[in-house]
Design a protein around this ligand. Structure first.
Ligand code: PRX
Length: 628
């Protein structure tokens, strides 16, 4: 495949110019490097008011032919996936493009044999094993829409996602290894499936070998595979057919099933992957995310495979068996591009630097950061100890909704600036708005917005186009509104300052406060609750829950029960760090909770509460301060 990357500052500038002058010709030039069954007859049709976005209209393709079949002609034996297991004593696996193709086709036939067809939704709740990537690609092969649910979510959260998309098949495993822990995935799935009438089959991968109970609809993955062969022609998809649904938190209790479509997503993830990381033939690339998040979809699976890269999949965690595990894996597989989250860097930074230094990191060329703002201290530690001042760092800003990286430097090609994501990618038109929605120019701070579609923008929220419109296109008509604030320096570099809505990024995970409040409120002793984020030195942000109990309860018992309840309803990642029992919440006269004040109280910024005299109950501030 042709190299999609701009390798010099001048070719980057030219691309930027071309994209500004004629966006459609720019994207068509990139898209023609892929394999299409039928070329598109129109590049783009869009209206941000309805909102409607269609890319490469009339184009027919299958993304797996671009990620797999195409490479069989030129590099069948090249390693597509290096699988590094949780336990360092277990052997790594190197899966070639031809083996991956065969395994994906076989798994696709397994799905078909169990009734799956184009347009069906298939839920994937699996640990980070090669079969997870294979499952994703197998769905894409037959045109089924995958909905991956991160294997740390609870039974209730899993069931809500299965039911929202009315999935017909669940793919899961007996259990999953993560550090010293084993997650009983099948048990959790069993609990979820007691309330998921749409599921007809549950196909179970044997990973841990632990005992699992067995139900009528359960099938073993390995037994089902034996019944089918590996000949599976790809389903021909329309460019705009949905490829997958991925849920992300919102500011109401219900998660949003973001829908991505085939053509535009393929073009943008491949284009951004090669450009941002400056991936070159023969490089080994490692993104430490989980495929349960968008980062794993776009930059472990689809982007790297579309350009024929070698991508590392890691089953474990950075702290197991010790805090040197990331660097051990980098040295072992001679990783060239390493992409992780600031929260991981901050956690590793707290441990002796000897854990980094004892590994040979000389293969590293590029470092990446994603998921939340990277603070200066973490940036410099990453640069000094991991990159040895020799590896550009790409701070990549994007979202589940954007499908791919929108604001970033290109490693070694455009300048980096610590704590700044820097510039929009060529083809991305990022602007700052004031509160009235006017574009503001120059060195300033405002609300980040995008004013022209890019190919991998999510097309809708599954089953709720109105919500898609309300959340992303109504606040500032004519723009895509991501929900982040940003400042811009004199050179046009963007620094993302954080969310401007009720979403909190905890350890790089996007958590809505509303679903957590709903979980807390479901406890019989809770009258009302409010959850806000506060700064945390490792997690970036942590959660502080203020809870009003309805009777004389033991606050310690209540807070323990509430933690368990949140873990059960959403997942352990959503457990508040602090739960404070209070007798009231600061409210306006119209009864609205003043979250701004709660955020200041949680952060201990008592001198920055602002005017509290308009509150209905100003006396509550003193009480909250006293027993915080
Ligand atoms: O607030 C921004 C933050 O993460 C949000 C998106 O979260 P999610 O959909 O889970 O996707 C995470 C992985 C792409 C954004 O709205 N965010 C992401 N990357 C950065 C960031 N904030 C600052 N700098 C970043 N590089």
């Amino acid at each position: 495949m042709k190299d999609l990357a701009y390798r010099t500052a001048s070719s980057y500038q030219q691309a930027k110019q071309h994209a500004n002058d004629n966006p459609e010709a720019f994207w068509a030039d990139i898209a023609k490097n892929f394999e299409w069954h039928t070329p598109w007859n129109k590049v783009l049709e869009y209206d941000f008011h309805t909102p409607e976005v269609n890319w490469f209209l009339g184009g027919k393709l299958n993304i797996t032919e671009n990620c797999l079949d195409r490479h069989l002609k030129t590099q069948p034996d090249k390693t597509a996936i290096i699988f590094e297991p949780n336990d360092p004593n277990d052997a790594a696996q190197h899966i070639s493009y031809s083996e991956l193709h065969s395994r994906v086709c076989r798994a696709a036939n397994m799905l078909k044999a169990n009734g799956a067809k184009k347009g069906d939704r298939i839920c994937i709740y699996m640990p980070m094993t090669p079969e997870l990537a294979i499952a994703v690609l197998a769905c894409a092969r037959i045109g089924a829409i995958h909905s991956v649910v991160f294997a740390g979510f609870s039974a209730t959260a899993l069931a809500a996602r299965i039911n929202d998309a009315e999935c017909s098949i669940l793919l899961t495993a007996d259990g999953g290894f993560r550090g010293a822990k084993v997650t009983p995935l099948k048990d959790i799935a069993d609990e979820a499936l007691t309330s998921c009438p749409s599921i007809k089959n549950c196909i179970v991968l044997k990973r841990t070998g632990q005992y699992v109970s067995w139900n009528n609809m359960d099938l073993w993955w390995h037994e089902e595979l034996e019944k089918v062969n590996d000949n599976c022609p790809a389903e021909v998809m329309d460019s705009e057919d949905p490829l997958f649904i991925l849920y992300t938190s919102g500011s109401t209790g219900k998660p949003k099933g973001m829908v991505h479509s085939c053509g535009g997503y393929m073009v943008y993830t491949a284009y951004s992957f090669q450009n941002v990381f400056q991936y070159q033939k023969g490089d080994v690339y490692w993104c430490t995310a989980d495929i349960g998040w968008i980062t794993g979809h776009s930059y472990i699976v689809y982007g790297p495979l579309a350009v024929g890269a070698t991508t590392v999949m890691f089953e474990g965690v950075p702290s197991y068996p010790d805090y040197g595990r990331f660097w051990e894996v980098c040295a072992k597989h001679k990783v060239n591009q390493f992409y992780t989250a600031p929260t991981a860097i901050r956690a590793l930074q707290k441990h002796p630097v000897e854990l980094v230094n004892k590994h040979d990191l000389s293969s590293l060329k590029v470092l990446g950061s994603v998921g939340e703002p990277i603070n200066a201290e973490a940036w410099h530690w990453y640069d000094k100890h991991v990159g040895k001042h020799n590896c550009p760092i790409v701070d990549t800003w994007w979202q589940t909704e954007t499908g791919g990286i929108l604001i970033t430097s290109l490693a070694g090609v455009t300048p980096q600036k610590p704590t700044f994501a820097t510039l929009p990618m060529p083809g991305v038109q990022a602007v700052l708005l004031d509160n009235e929605g006017n574009e503001i120019e120059g060195e300033t701070e405002g609300i980040l917005a995008i004013k022209h579609p890019w190919p991998s923008i999510a097309r809708t929220i599954w089953g709720d186009h109105e919500r898609y419109k309300n959340v992303y296109f109504s606040a500032y008509p004519g723009y895509y509104f991501p929900g982040d604030g940003a400042l811009r320096d004199a050179e046009g570099n963007f620094r993302i300052t954080g969310r401007v809505d009720d979403v909190v990024i905890v350890s790089g995970h996007n958590l809505g406060t509303a679903p957590i409040e709903n979980a807390l409120n479901a406890h019989k002793a809770v009258v009302e609750s409010a959850v806000v984020g506060f700064p945390h030195d490792v997690k970036g942000n942590a959660l502080h829950a203020f809870v009003i109990p309805n009777s004389e309860v033991d606050p310690n018992e209540l807070t323990d029960e509430l933690r368990v309840l949140v873990a059960k309803t959403i997942g352990p990642i959503a457990k508040p760090d602090r739960i404070q029992v209070v007798s009231g919440l600061p409210k306006t006269r119209s009864g609205k909770i003043m979250r701004r004040i709660l955020r200041k109280l949680a952060a201990g910024e008592y001198d920055q509460l602002g005017d509290v005299s308009t509150l209905l109950n100003p006396e509550i501030i003193q009480e909250i301060k006293q027993n915080s």
